[in-house]
Design a protein. Structure first.
Length: 445
């Protein structure tokens, strides 16, 4: 169960809002202002749009909805409504200039902190447990991740740097573990800042399955490439094969082959693809094809969550694989502390009771599941967060990545994107069915 004391939650909300703003500031000051208005990719907004959109959402929810204030600048609302203009067209909108956008976001923040201090953390659904404040901190961190994607897509050197993950002893565990069949509790009704699509908690029966103990590595993925994986239709779904042929895909995004070696562009520099790191920047179609080539499949969303949250000893679902305590740097690679995933098998302190590692952090993990509502779902506080996306051409990703902050990442957190998307910080692990009487992995032959 999540924290419940209102004063502790208020402090948590303040810290989360301040941390998000620090990150936003870094992501929007590490390049020249001219780079904030530039279009680095038609897939992304100009960075200055994210900046003012962050302020605009905060104004709408904390100043207008929670505190009942009038709009500060009603004329800009449509500019920063994500449903009004596609990302590719945002550079040509009459957006606030960088200095204006900074000033606007800062002014909203000043007032929002005042609202935070004065708002009782109970009484209305929006303010119970400080939900709106937690939601807005998560929203800002989600856009900080989006801005990090824009930085990765941007060409030329970058001043964004971070230390590499601390070295971890080599992983000596098995390649996969059996998750015994049976019911478990999926989703949450108690996590105070869980978003609408994570709710409510409900029981699900999950047949027994095996799941990889670590995400699939670049070395493993390279074996798929070397085996002609991108040239053989039989590994691909029909839509995946169409994507490969139309775009002549041969490797994950940002990879290129030079002198018999795979290199990748990573935040402004070029490096040999690190063999032991989880594969990054693959689409759902590539993850699905790799799994088929490996004689396996992607885990479903409920399988992933059972592996990440179910404690077989107590039959309880915990907040995280390691239990109910918040993430720490020893448990998971989150929050842009590092700008890359740690080698597969890192973070022993973050493993699940069954010994599955790196479920939280490092890379977002594609699942086989479409993005759909849980039984009993109710849109809150706005339909445009989740409801309008259910049933669309989206696959669910789980577990968060190095790029996302802990406030926007939990065992129940659900992300989603189009199955062709590769610029996101996406990887995957694989699974397979287990027979009802299977109790351990068969001996290697
Ligand atoms: C949950 C990551 C798919 O970025 O489109 C940000 C998060 N929603 N502003 C997105 C979001 C509204 C959303 N994802
Ligand atoms: Fe947004």
């Amino acid at each position: 169960n999540g924290p419940t004391d209102p004063e502790a939650l208020r402090e948590r909300a303040l810290a989360a809002l301040l941390a998000a703003r620090d990150r936003t500031t870094l992501l929007t000051t590490c390049v020249e202002d001219s780079e904030l208005t530039a279009q680095h990719s038609p897939l992304m907004s100009p960075l200055v749009w994210d900046l003012a959109h962050i302020g605009n959402q905060e104004e709408q929810w904390l100043l207008r909805a929670v505190a009942g204030r009038d709009a500060m600048r009603p004329e800009i609302d449509p500019l920063y409504d994500a449903f009004e203009h596609p990302r590719s067209q945002r550079p040509s909108l009459p957006l606030l200039a960088p200095a204006e956008a900074r000033g606007y976001a800062a002014e909203v923040r000043g007032r929002a902190l005042d609202v935070l201090e004065k708002t009782p953390f109970r009484g209305t659904p929006l303010t119970d447990a400080g939900f709106a404040f937690g939601m807005i901190a998560q929203h800002e961190q989600q856009h900080d991740e989006t801005m990090l994607i824009t930085h990765q897509l941007r060409s030329g050197p970058t001043s964004l740097t971070a230390p590499d993950p601390e070295p971890s002893p080599p992983f000596a565990g098995p390649d996969e573990v059996l998750v015994p069949g049976g019911p478990f509790t999926m989703g949450t009704s108690t996590e105070p800042w869980a978003l609408d699509n994570e709710r409510p908690a409900h029981r699900r029966l999950v047949p027994p399955f095996f799941i990889d103990t670590t995400p699939v590595t670049n070395a493993a993925y390279q074996r798929f490439i070397d085996d002609g994986g991108y040239e053989e239709m039989r590994w691909w779904s029909p839509a995946g094969w169409a994507m490969v042929r139309q775009n002549d895909l041969r490797a994950p995004l940002f990879w290129r082959r030079e002198g018999g070696q795979w290199l990748r562009r990573h935040f402004g520099s070029v490096e040999p693809v690190p063999a032991d790191e989880p594969v990054l920047h693959v689409s759902w179609y590539e993850a699905d094809a790799y799994a088929r080539w490996a004689g396996r499949r992607l885990p479903s969303e409920e399988e992933w969550e059972k592996a990440a949250r179910h404690d077989p000893v107590t039959d309880r679902s915990t907040r995280y694989p390691w239990g109910d305590a918040d993430p720490t740097p020893e448990r998971a690679n989150l929050g842009q502390r590092h700008l890359r995933p740690a080698p597969a098998g890192s973070y022993p302190a973050g493993e699940s009771p069954l010994g599955v590692r790196q479920l939280i952090g490092d890379v977002w993990e594609w699942t086989s599941s479409d993005f759909l509502p849980y039984p009993g779902f109710a849109a809150f506080p706005y339909r445009e967060y989740s409801d309008v996306f259910f049933g669309g051409d989206y696959k669910v990703l789980r577990g968060g990545a190095f790029s996302v902050d802990a406030v926007a990442c939990r065992g129940t957190f659900r992300n989603w994107d189009h199955p062709v998307r590769r610029q996101i910080f996406s990887g995957f692990r694989t699974a397979r069915d287990a027979g009802p009487t299977e109790t351990s992995a068969p001996e290697a032959v």
